[in-house]
Design a binder for this molecule. Structure first.
Ligand code: ZN
Length: 203
């Protein structure tokens, strides 16, 4: 399986990082080795002093598809989940300054937290889903899918022009504002509406 990530999909987050609003989705990949194993803590890697949490809505692809039209994209997923795109911000900044790819800052071991999934039937509208990240019981990120620049079906249509989607692939759909560094002993908990879908300890 592969993990496809979308960057800069919420205006408030683009502003907090002082990035430009892109004219089409920013896309990058993480390998399956980036997945943080269930029940394992997230260990801050030695090469960074500034690893940020990015809470994101996830889509799990349910069948193979390429050149998917937006109006058919809803047939390619049944489940919505929650995850964290851990980002070594100091390293990413350096790579960006030099015009280099982001992978070392974005796709390292443990950088992809994949929480539990909910059936999309549980939602009356996928374009109005509230989600939150709590650090040590305090709300640090709060998002709603209505604020996505590109909606879920538009993202599937876009990325499937470049990458054949396969059953089990996961799409990370971008983070709202509030990204910040994690530190040892932090407890991160992610919610969609009232349901807790992930809990991570930082080491
Ligand atoms: Zn992200």
């Amino acid at each position: 399986m592969k993990i496809i990530c979308i960057g800069r999909n919420y205006v408030d987050h683009i502003k907090e990082l002082d990035n430009e609003k892109p004219s089409e989705p920013v896309v990058f990949l993480k390998p399956d080795s980036a997945i943080l194993l269930k029940q394992h803590p997230f260990v801050i890697p030695e090469f960074s002093n500034d690893v940020h949490h990015e809470i994101e809505i996830l889509i799990k692809i349910n069948k193979v598809g390429k050149y998917i039209e937006p109006k058919f994209a809803h047939n390619y997923y049944d489940e919505i989940g929650l995850g964290i795109d851990f980002t070594a911000r100091d390293l990413q900044t350096k790579l960006k300054e030099n015009g280099l790819p982001w992978e070392k800052a974005k796709a390292f071991d443990g950088s992809a937290v994949i929480g539990d999934f909910l059936s999309k039937k549980d939602f009356s509208s996928l374009e109005n889903i509230n989600f939150e990240l709590h650090t040590n019981n305090k709300v640090v990120q709060k998002g709603n899918t209505s604020h996505m620049i590109w909606k879920i079906d538009e993202l599937i249509a876009h990325v499937s022009q470049y990458f054949t989607l396969k059953k089990g692939d996961i799409i990370f759909t971008g983070t709202p504002s509030g990204v910040a560094a994690v530190k040892p002993n932090d407890i991160l908990e992610g919610y969609i509406e009232q349901t807790k879908l992930l809990r991570i300890q930082v080491k």
